[in-house]
Design a protein around this ligand. Structure first.
Ligand code: CA
Length: 229
């Protein structure tokens, strides 16, 4: 059964989320105290986490970052629940490791659609050859593990999938629309700009050791894996 961990300190919201998620057939677990989140997440092993931005004791955004650094949680899809409207916060949430965000007050059907879409895209796509090498990068598809020059590259599920699609035809330019369709399943709730945010995250992770950029931005056309020739 698919399990969703609700990290939220407003009891009323927890009840609403729990009720609707269970109605959709998901199992749920709840944690309200920021200090307990990591431990609960490690114990419950959820398939997806709904993470409140504003929690007592610890900020959701810091938890998000922690989870991405924690081996057993680095691949768990995260949807941030943010307060209304702050665009900068949304982008910040995505750049700290969330896969999606929903602004409060949110519509329940929209949130359920986003949960379903994220669970769909967090599933690994057809595995090509088990281990693929591209320039100084190695991708182990079965283990969901990426290394660059021997250094482990930490990628969330959305970035991994993005990399996987870009790697299908290295050198080919993929437009934002194509990437949206392949990686996000063409969800009506995702804006083209989201692609840029996740590309930036993927790029930062890949180049964290100061190596040359593996992704080429082609102005007004899209992105490509840089063959480096
Ligand atoms: Ca809160």
């Amino acid at each position: 059964m698919t399990k969703v961990l609700i990290v939220e300190d407003e009891a009323g919201l927890v009840t609403l989320l729990k009720y609707n998620l269970e109605k959709q057939g998901y199992e749920t677990a709840t944690v309200m105290d920021g200090h307990e989140v990591l431990q609960v997440a490690l114990t419950e092993k959820p398939d997806l986490i709904l993470l409140d931005w504003m929690l007592p004791n610890v900020a959701g955004i810091d938890l998000c970052r922690e989870m991405r650094k924690t081996y057993d949680l680095r691949q768990t899809p995260i949807i941030m629940l943010t307060a209304r409207g702050d665009e900068a916060d949304k982008v910040k949430g995505l750049s700290f490791g969330a896969d999606d965000y929903v602004t409060k007050p949110f519509s329940v059907p929209e949130l359920m659609a986003r949960v379903a879409a994220l669970l769909r895209r967090a599933k690994p796509v057809a595995v090509p050859d088990k281990i693929h090498t591209f320039r100084d990068m190695t991708i182990d598809y079965a283990k969901h593990r990426v290394t660059r020059d021997g250094r482990e590259v930490h990628l969330g599920p959305t970035e991994f999938r993005l990399l996987q699609f870009l790697m299908e035809k290295p050198g080919d330019v993929l437009s934002r629309e194509v990437l949206l369709k392949s990686v996000w399943g063409g969800s009506i709730y995702v804006e083209a700009r989201t692609v840029d945010v996740h590309i930036r995250r993927l790029r930062n992770a890949l180049n964290a050791g100061g190596e040359p950029d593996l992704i080429r931005t082609v102005r007004s056309a899209g992105y490509a894996m840089d063959l480096g020739d």
